[in-house]
Design a protein around this ligand. Structure first.
Ligand SMILES: Nc1ncnc2c1ncn2[C@@H]1O[C@H](COP(=O)(O)OP(=O)(O)OP(=O)(O)O)[C@@H](O)[C@H]1O
Ligand SMILES: [Mg+2]
Length: 252
């Protein structure tokens, strides 16, 4: 769904992707009120495929996404894009859908227009295609804040896609959706992946993680306890916490 990306100066001579991870988090810690909320997180994201982030409530999943997206500065550690410190320029190459979407007090269509205009490409056909892509074409002129929770989540996803991100962070984007809408969003995410957008997707839904994941990050108490290819994680989780989580037992 995103726009073709401009080729960098090296692209003409060297079409190979950059070696190493696209996004790397190194030794991230975050402390609030004496509590370690993120505790030495190291993470490499290849920049393609779907990384599903699993973990119990309070594990630090939302905080980690905000650090990766540059919204929270960690106390120690750093985030690198292609080996260089992430900053304003790299932020524009990624987008995030929050656990509780924040939408402008305007129509659904105007929320998308706003993002397209900020990128210098106001385009009604593209806006309408984005709304249809998430199943909101019939709601284009409704005030965004009066949409249902599930409709707002889908609008937030369409808005994120409007930026043409290379990396897309999704924090429980299907948490309040009905089954048909969940399916549609999963199709949208699969389409983004096929379009070479890297997706980092937080969910509590193990079935959803099985359906979508290329790899799994399992967070527990602010630590990345496992980062493994999906098949390996589900067949043979290495940690007791992940085994308990997958078995539906309370993990504290
Ligand atoms: N701004 C903050 N100040 C202090 N503590 C915070 C702050 N934000 C989050 N926390 C705490 O950090 C921990 C991790 O929060 P986070 O929102 O990342 O969890 P999560 O894994 O996303 O959980 P959930 O599955 O419930 O969404 C929680 O214990 C939370 O209370
Ligand atoms: Mg969360």
């Amino acid at each position: 769904m995103h726009e073709p990306r401009p080729a960098g100066p090296a692209a003409a001579t060297n079409p190979a992707p950059p070696a190493g991870p696209r996004l790397r988090a190194e030794a991230i810690t975050l402390t609030q009120g004496g509590r370690r909320l993120l505790d030495g997180v190291d993470l490499d994201l290849a920049g393609g495929g779907i990384t599903m982030v699993l973990g119990p409530n309070g594990a630090g999943k939302s905080l980690l996404l905000k650090v990766l997206h540059g919204l929270i500065a960690p106390d120690t550690g750093r985030v690198l894009w292609d080996g260089r410190p992430a900053g304003q320029a790299t932020r524009r190459r990624q987008a995030m859908v929050f656990q509780r979407p924040v939408l402008l007090r305007r129509s659904a269509a105007a929320n998308i227009d706003f993002v397209l205009r900020a990128r210098g490409r106001r385009d009604r056909a593209r806006r309408d295609a984005l709304l249809a892509h998430v199943g909101l074409d019939a709601h284009a002129s409704r005030p965004a804040r009066r949409l249902s929770g599930g409709e707002q989540q889908r609008l937030a996803l369409a808005r994120a896609l409007a930026t043409g991100p290379e990396l897309l962070f999704l924090d429980e984007p299907t948490a309040s959706l009905d089954p048909a809408s969940v399916l549609r969003i999963e199709q949208v995410v699969a389409a983004a992946r096929a379009d070479d957008t890297g997706v980092v997707f937080v969910t509590h839904d193990v079935g959803q993680a099985r359906r979508l994941a290329d790899d799994i990050v399992f967070l527990h108490r602010g630590r990345v306890v496992e980062h493994a290819p999906a098949a390996r994680f589900f067949d043979a989780p290495a940690s007791a916490a992940a085994r308990d989580f997958l078995a539906g037992r309370i993990v504290v």
